[in-house]
Design a protein. Structure first.
Length: 392
């Protein structure tokens, strides 16, 4: 069987892999995506109930790809972010007006993000193969040859590992990985409430784990709706709480929206962090969760992956314009050099925040309150933190 030719082979067609594929194909770089699930399976409502805080910077990426128009009718703008610690009088208030007229980001259901991206796949330079998996990859001096489970053969210049935290592409490389477990699992669900959220996202630091309350578009019948992400120790059994008890517990910590009712399926995810010593290997590069994993405490994980995709698109397009081999070490090293500082800063920020608020020391409690007060009063610091959160 003669191999099908492509320049870039992306293994994994999730939110980051699809973004990368669309961006490359739109720039006339032939790309093949191999994904283990077909689109219909990915769009099943029970598949993924998570919502994502799409930063303003990520929204701009989708807009450039032409995917945002399909997403925006279902996207709730974030006009304000408020952060406080349970039992503390101090809060940090981030208002979009401090930076300009644009929202700080949007809350969008993952299912809507997938639909928007899948609507952009009809491109002449994009070959999407699913459901299928990669049996083996032969990394040669001048090319790579991927053999699929059904014995299809794809030949290209570069392999991109975009399969997520458990990336087989990364596992089969020489890249070393360090992980650590937060011994927490996060509950994700949607709820309705009596009072409007006014586009405000809340992060509440509680003694037993952070609770995020994220604004979503109201239902068509006018009912107000939000999503929650609540992290607790792995020892806590989320299933032991009925929907009614969960709603009451949330209301105890957050009485500002009135009565809550759970209105969706519940999901639970273990929390951990992941860092790699390199994002690149011979004719191979990592993007998204295959390259990094952070605590969801600041909603940065997938936004970090979208910035990976955007940077790699620019890097490969520039390389192609001057006739460089897209899989060469020089090209891949320039991508790694650009992305490493962002990865490092987000990991340090999320890990540091989690450790700071998981400590019950009275000294640290005082320090946290002082920190809240400082951020509110030091305008340049607040603007810097806002820009970081917005992906700018």
């Amino acid at each position: 069987m003669s191999p099908a030719k492509s320049e870039v082979i992306i293994i994994g067609g999730g939110l980051v892999g699809a973004t990368l594929a669309i961006g490359l194909a739109q720039k006339q770089i032939p790309v093949t995506v191999i994904d283990r699930e077909n689109h219909d399976s990915q769009l099943l409502p029970q598949k993924d109930g998570r919502t994502t805080a799409v930063s303003y910077g990520s929204q701009q990426i989708f807009d450039r790809l032409g995917a945002w128009d399909a997403m925006v009718p279902y996207a709730q703008p974030i006009w304000e972010v408020r952060v406080f610690e349970g039992g503390s009088p101090w809060t940090v208030d981030y208002d979009h007006k401090d930076l300009g007229p644009n929202p700080m980001g949007y809350i969008v259901e993952n299912q809507i993000l997938r639909q928007g991206l899948y609507g952009c796949l009809n491109l002449p330079h994009l070959n999407w193969i699913a459901p299928n998996t990669v049996k083996s990859v032969d990394y040669q001096d001048q090319k790579v040859i991927a053999t699929l489970q059904d014995d299809q053969i794809i030949e290209g210049k570069l392999v991109v590992g975009a399969e997520g935290r458990l990336s087989p592409t990364r596992a089969q490389s020489s890249i070393c990985t360090k992980t650590w477990d937060y011994s927490e699992h996060a509950l994700v669900t949607h709820l309705t409430h009596e009072k409007p959220h006014n586009g405000t996202a809340w992060e509440i630091f509680l003694p037993d784990g952070p609770l995020a309350i994220l604004p979503m578009l109201d239902y068509e019948n006018g009912k107000h709706r939000s999503g929650i992400v609540w992290a607790k120790s792995r020892k806590h059994d989320w299933a032991s709480w009925s929907d009614q008890e969960l709603a009451l517990r949330i209301q105890e910590h957050f009485p500002f929206y009135g009565k809550f009712e759970i209105c969706n399926q519940r999901w639970s995810y273990p929390l951990s962090a992941l860092v790699v010593d390199s994002m690149i290997d011979h004719r191979m590069v990592l993007v998204g969760d295959a390259a990094h994993g952070v605590h969801p405490i600041a909603g940065q994980g997938v936004n970090l992956g979208w910035r990976d995709a955007d940077a790699l698109i620019k890097c490969l397009v520039e390389a192609k314009s001057v006739g460089l081999d897209l899989g060469s070490y020089t090209v891949l090293q320039s991508y790694q050099k650009e992305r490493k500082p962002d990865h490092r800063s987000v990991l340090l920020m999320t890990d540091g925040i989690n450790k700071l608020f998981n400590n019950s020391s009275s000294i640290l409690h005082f320090a946290r309150n002082a920190g809240f007060a400082a951020v509110n009063h030091i305008k340049p610091l607040k603007r810097f933190l806002m820009k970081k959160a917005m992906g700018l």
